[in-house]
Design a protein around this ligand. Structure first.
Ligand SMILES: NC(=O)c1ccc[n+]([C@@H]2O[C@H](COP(=O)([O-])OP(=O)(O)OC[C@H]3O[C@@H](n4cnc5c(N)ncnc54)[C@H](O)[C@@H]3O)[C@@H](O)[C@H]2O)c1
Length: 315
């Protein structure tokens, strides 16, 4: 195939993402894990390669345990990292996952210097910032996956409430990935009808609350590990938008330099995602409460970035 997608991290999210990329026939895929896991990514890739004979799209799926295998990738999906365990906050993941991001970003810079990067590793907004900072890539080439997943969860809960297809629910969720995300009911429609005309205010409030805790609800049910099918599919939606220049208008975590009154951080805002990555940041007129919620969410992200920068200086 013409394109190559490198998926770093062959765990639950990474393997599912590799499968979805291959099944959509988007690109050849290489699935990469750490050297201690030698055999695991290769075995999963071989299994998928055998499945590929049954979905008629062609393409190769290979496994590797050397980060140099990202060589020549058009898109890198970064999923390596520890998932959140029950009772563990995203901030707890900060230090451990930063130590995984930095060498991966250095390898991408060296071996795939023109790649577009979709970061999935948590805490998402901070890890996307760290990946961007480490590579020194232009800001339009590094983008974090959170808003598409958060809005997919909101859409799914609304679809379940109304008994309609999730495809017909459109929603916009801004802010950091986590408890401080900012769902925007005024931009949420079902078949073009404003959600507030269909769902009573108290029900809508509880659906928004469930969306905020969407990840934690699954962690609690699974007992080990965290959600991966919807996260992987969300990352692949982004890879597809880039590879096929779809110009999707979707919420993604991107570097802000003054937009929405925020600076030097990654956070979820509506963007146009196409062949040149983040082609545009779309401004929205937020009311005072929405802007305050976004600013608070940004403060959480900035605090974690400061914690990382502090640790880097001290170390
Ligand atoms: N942004 C989001 O919305 C979102 C959603 C779901 C999961 N996540 C995050 O994605 C990450 C992966 O989740 P998962 O469920 O796939 O976890 P997982 O434990 O199933 O897989 C993680 C994989 O990363 C690998 N890994 C660790 N260090 C590595 C390194 N240095 N190089 C290459 N591979 C390495 C591990 O061996 C493992 O196979 C976690 O940080 C999780 O919190 C984010």
């Amino acid at each position: 195939m013409k394109n190559k997608v490198a998926v770093i991290g062959a765990g639950n999210v990474g393997a599912s993402a590799a499968l979805f990329v291959a099944e959509r026939g988007l690109a050849d895929v290489v699935l990469i894990d750490r050297p201690e896991m030698d055999g695991m990514p290769q075995g999963k890739a071989l299994d998928m390669q055998q499945a590929a004979t049954l979905w008629h799209k062609g393409g190769t799926i290979t496994g590797a345990t050397d980060l140099a295998a990202v060589k020549g990738a058009n898109v890198v999906i970064m999923t390596a990292g520890f998932p959140r365990k029950p009772g563990m906050s995203r901030s707890d993941l900060l230090k451990a996952n930063a130590e995984i991001i930095v060498p991966a970003a250095q390898a991408v810079k060296q071996h795939a210097p023109d790649a577009y990067v979709v970061v999935v590793t948590n805490p998402l907004d901070v890890m996307a910032w760290l990946f961007w900072k480490t590579t020194g890539f232009p800001k339009h080439r590094v983008v974090g996956m959170a808003g598409i997943l958060d809005s997919a969860r909101f859409r799914a809960f609304l679809a379940m409430e109304l008994g309609v297809s999730g495809t017909d629910v459109q929603a916009m969720v801004l802010g950091g990935h986590g408890d401080s995300m900012v769902p925007l009911p005024k931009y949420t429609t079902v078949g073009g009808i404003s959600v507030s005309d269909l769902v009573p205010a108290d029900r809508l409030a509880s659906i928004i609350e469930r969306t905020r805790n969407g990840g934690a609800e699954i962690v609690k049910l699974l007992k080990t590990g965290s959600a991966y099918y919807a996260p992987a599919m969300s990352a692949v939606e982004m890879a597809e938008a880039i590879l096929t220049d779809q110009k999707r208008l979707v919420p993604c975590s991107v570097l802000l330099e003054g937009e929405y009154g925020l600076n030097n951080l990654f956070i979820g805002v509506p963007v146009m995602l196409g062949g040149k990555g983040v082609e545009k940041i779309v401004p929205l007129q937020l009311d005072a409460a929405e802007q305050a919620a976004l600013t608070k969410s940004a403060r959480d992200v900035s605090e974690m970035i400061a914690e990382l920068e502090g640790a880097a200086k001290a170390g």
